[in-house]
Design a protein around this ligand. Sequence first.
Ligand code: 5GP
Length: 144
Amino acid sequence: MSLEGTYDSANIFAKILRGEAPCIKVFEDDDVLAFMDIFPQSQGHCLLIPKNVTSRNLTDFPTEKIGVCFTAVQKLTRAVIKALSCDGVIVTQFNGAPAGQTVFHLHVHVIPRYANLPLQPHHGGKPADAAVLREQAARIAAAL
Ligand code: 5GP
């Protein structure tokens, strides 16, 4: 079942962490990597993933690492607000396929919301323009 199971080291985020797949990075340190979601639900949609773990979701993530991970989520969220002047931000993560999870390495979504602009569907459509994502990542990184 997707909520519990064996960590698959071939998942796309594990590949990104190993440098085997590309990402448009916002920031990284010894514990986390933040990068742009290539199928953004809004302009500036970022993902933050912990390093050095084999955690499929929040439930199997080492408790002692939660503080470090969510401190980084807060740092990223503040930078997104400052860089993009959004009107709100969704900070969320999904546990198990029925909850909407599709990549089984723990990750947190930071999704800016803009008044009167609809949210795009989760997993929808084509990948975003890489040049646009790079420009957003640079602005967010500069606001850290
Ligand atoms: P989940 O559905 O598991 O909560 O979120 C997975 C997220 O990863 C989705 O928002 C999806 O758009 C994003 N995603 C899937 N594949 C890739 C990829 O190869 N690169 C990046 N940057 N994001 C991805």
